[in-house]
Design a protein around this ligand. Structure first.
Ligand SMILES: C[C@H](O)[C@H](O)[C@H]1CNC2=NC(N)=NC(=O)C2=N1
Length: 99
């Protein structure tokens, strides 16, 4: 089972993940995207998440899409979450989504 990162480790990881916020319990990215564009991004993120067997919780609001990531089995942020956040950011960059 992966181990939880401590507050300092999460802060270090967030420093390298522009736009992401959070703490040792959860990390999160909100983007200003909805509708068909958001559908396409979320589908791509979920495909990548399936490959990693690690999934974000996705919330859709009017005009926004939010990705929240933590490792359920340990109730906090692990290296797997940092890797997933990096992958999500990479997908957004490739799609030309700015945040
Ligand atoms: C059995 C399987 O490994 C688990 O359900 C996986 C799937 N995806 C997951 N995703 C996330 N974010 N956290 C988990 O603990 C998790 N567990």
């Amino acid at each position: 089972m992966p181990s939880r990162l401590d507050t300092t480790e999460v802060a270090g990881a967030l420093a390298a993940l522009p736009g992401w916020i959070g703490d040792a319990d959860r990390i999160q990215l909100e983007i200003m995207l909805d509708g068909d564009e958001a559908d396409a991004i979320v589908a791509e993120v979920m495909q990548a998440a399936d490959v990693m067997n690690h999934h974000p919780v996705v919330e859709r609001g009017p005009g926004t899409t939010t990705f929240t990531v933590w490792t359920h089995s340990v109730g906090g942020v692990t290296e797997l979450d940092v890797a997933l956040a990096r992958r999500i950011s990479q997908i957004l960059r490739s799609a030309g989504v700015s945040y």
